[in-house]
Design a binder for this molecule. Structure first.
Ligand SMILES: [Zn+2]
Length: 86
């Protein structure tokens, strides 16, 4: 499956319906056509990103090695936990 963010084919399956893009350094899940993108932090926690546009920004930040993905900034990019539990 190609990456929904950058269209790269450098993706690998890491779990059930879960893929990792080695260009974006992001994980994504595909569920009946619904794609959810996750940012994985240095400690291995995954954070669901709001949308593809957000994921693109995060991917760019990861590639450039800048600090966009600081915690306060990340808060704005991820889905709120109450959305997650549904
Ligand atoms: Zn990608």
């Amino acid at each position: 499956m190609s990456c929904p963010i950058c269209k790269s084919i450098n993706t690998g399956k890491v779990g059930h319906n879960t893929y990792y893009c080695s260009d974006c350094l992001l994980e994504f899940t595909e569920n009946g056509g619904e794609v959810q993108i996750f940012y994985i932090d240095a400690e291995g926690s995954s954070f669901p990103l709001k949308d593809k546009e957000t994921a693109l920004k995060v991917a760019e930040a990861c590639k450039n090695g800048n600090d966009l993905v600081q915690e306060e900034k990340l808060e704005e990019l991820i889905l709120k936990s109450e959305t997650l539990e549904r």
